[in-house]
Design a protein around this ligand. Structure first.
Ligand SMILES: [Zn+2]
Length: 257
């Protein structure tokens, strides 16, 4: 029997999600679980969905501890986004969104909880995430009441602007991507229309990101970004195409058996 990665107990482990399942749901077609393409090459379509859950991560009681934070993140960033955020306009253009009542630290806790799970997970979709010694710091930042997240972690959020009529689905989930911002280590996490740039570093973000971040005071702000012309669009297009090829291969394989 495997040990739960969170509590360490030997227990029967459940199908635990890293990125909550709700963010994958728009990718479903005809009730099928989506096939997600990891950035790593050579991952063959399997008869089980890739990247959706990990059966070697959490026991049922630990999974339940993640649940309220997950619900909050899904509610704010996905299902009731328009209830939480008002558009910020400049010269009739939407340049961002502001959420006055959003609990920024709780939202940061949600993002850190995803990073912890991604780091502890052995799923190929998440193999770009390795928090190393900060895995303990991430764990220690979870489930406080009220939530208190270590200053090692902070995040800036962006949202793909709605004026884009490019037909690339922004719901295509790409695997997390590691990068540096002015020498500050960060991960880019794709959550539907929202992209989170999460700092894992004792250095602070530099301006203008520092004042837009979740650890900063003031309302929760998301910067609107145009997908057209961004570096992400190429990767997203490739992901969407490979995902479709994988989906077809999956169906063909299933028909043969
Ligand atoms: Zn456990």
């Amino acid at each position: 029997m495997k040990c739960c990665r969170f509590c360490g107990a030997e227990a029967s482990l459940i199908k635990a999600h890293v990125i909550p399942e709700a963010f994958f749901r728009p990718l479903r077609e005809g009730g099928e679980s989506p096939l997600i393409v990891a950035g790593a090459k050579g991952i063959l379509p399997k008869r089980a969905p890739i990247g959706i859950y990990d059966k070697e991560l959490l026991c049922a009681s630990c999974e339940a501890r993640f649940s309220p934070t997950d619900s909050y993140g899904v509610d704010v960033l996905l299902t009731r986004f328009t209830n939480h955020f008002e558009p910020v306009r400049q010269d009739s253009q939407t340049v961002g969104y502001a959420g006055l009542a959003v609990d920024k630290i709780r939202l940061l806790e949600f993002l850190v909880s995803i990073l912890w799970r991604a780091s502890a997970s052995s799923q190929p979709f998440y193999n770009t995430v390795d928090l190393g010694v900060q895995e303990q710091t991430a764990k220690g930042s979870l489930f406080g009441s009220p939530p208190i997240v270590s200053a090692t972690f902070d995040a800036v959020l962006s949202v793909w602007s709605e004026s884009d009529d490019d037909r690339i689905p922004t719901t295509a989930l790409m695997n997390p991507h590691r990068e540096q911002w002015d020498g500050v280590n960060a991960y880019r996490l794709y959550l539907g229309k929202v992209v989170a740039y999460i700092k894992v570093d004792q250095q602070q973000f530099s301006e203008p990101f520092a004042s837009l971040s979740l650890q900063a005071s003031g309302p929760c702000v998301l910067v609107a970004r145009s997908l057209t012309g961004s570096n992400d669009i190429k990767a997203m297009r490739k992901t969407a195409l490979t995902s479709e090829a994988n989906r077809q291969a999956f169906h063909a394989a299933r028909k043969r058996t």
